[in-house]
Design a protein around this ligand. Structure first.
Ligand SMILES: NC(=O)c1ccc[n+]([C@@H]2O[C@H](COP(=O)([O-])OP(=O)(O)OC[C@H]3O[C@@H](n4cnc5c(N)ncnc54)[C@H](OP(=O)(O)O)[C@@H]3O)[C@@H](O)[C@H]2O)c1
Length: 230
């Protein structure tokens, strides 16, 4: 029975991933987030704030984990001059240190089965320089480094990959997509002239968490409408 732990699986891309994993035969899906929201009853939910040093992650770890995705993240787009050092620390704490804590808590169970998979989240703004993205690009750049380092350290027992989305239609991006004009302008910035729904980014995560991706590790895969490379 495949067991998945989706950290931040209660909203956006993580929630779409949970729905896709639940369609797999005999899948057991665990979610950690601060709020349960409208998760299906079959999901095993544990309330956890990954930025809270006091939260006891180890006692919430399932006995086995075959696939783990770390989805918490932030969007704080401001000119560099108005990003105080605290904003960089905050972005790093949620996007990077939270992932580190979750991975250290689950390392033993991930390695146990000999073929687990981890998915982390970067952003297109690491590959392609964009104004106002300094704090999030710095934090997600660290995620890309972490992805390759852990892929090397954990091979062959655990694969580690990252997805670098562009703007995706989730609650996190709500303000950036709050009118038809904003949606259209955002779509036009992408060579494929569209903003991805959460389900498309989740589908890449679901693939990376499957045995079909058994030869893929240490990669950062863009799901970005072509923005990162064209
Ligand atoms: N959406 C985009 O446009 C976009 C673009 C590029 C990259 N990304 C990246 O893709 C990933 C997923 O983004 P999304 O848009 O799906 O985000 P989202 O809709 O905000 O969902 C984030 C999930 O993480 C949980 N979470 C947030 N803070 C947490 C904390 N302190 N402790 C535990 N759980 C926490 C949230 O639940 P609670 O709030 O209940 O805790 C929620 O389940 C992120 O890493 C983001 O940076 C997104």
């Amino acid at each position: 029975m495949p067991t998945y732990l989706i950290i931040g699986g209660s909203s956006g891309i993580g929630r779409a991933l949970v729905d896709q994993l639940l369609t797999r035969e005999d899948a057991e899906v665990h979610v950690w987030a601060r709020e349960q929201r409208d998760l299906p009853g079959t999901v095993r939910f544990t309330p956890i704030d990954v930025t809270d040093e006091a939260s006891d992650l180890k006692s919430a770890v399932p006995e086995e984990v075959h696939g783990l995705a770390y989805c918490p993240g932030s969007i704080d787009l401001r000119p560099f001059r108005s990003l105080k050092p605290a904003a960089f620390r905050e972005a790093f704490e949620l996007n990077v240190v939270g992932a580190v804590r979750c991975l250290q808590a689950t390392e033993r169970v991930l390695k146990k089965g000999g073929s687990a998979s981890v998915v982390l989240f970067s952003t297109v703004a690491v590959q392609r320089g964009m104004p106002f993205h300094a704090s999030i690009a710095a934090a997600k750049g660290a995620i890309e480094g972490l992805t390759r380092s852990l892929a090397a350290e954990y091979a062959p027992a655990v694969r580690v990959n990252a997805i670098a989305p562009s703007l995706t239609d989730t609650p996190l991006a709500e303000k950036l997509l709050s009118s038809d004009e904003k949606r259209e302008a955002s779509a036009k910035r992408h060579p494929l002239n569209r903003v991805a729904p959460a389900s498309e980014v989740a589908a890449m995560a679901a693939f990376l968490l499957s045995d079909q991706a058994a030869s893929i590790t240490g990669q950062v895969i863009g799901v970005d409408g072509g923005l990162g490379s064209i």
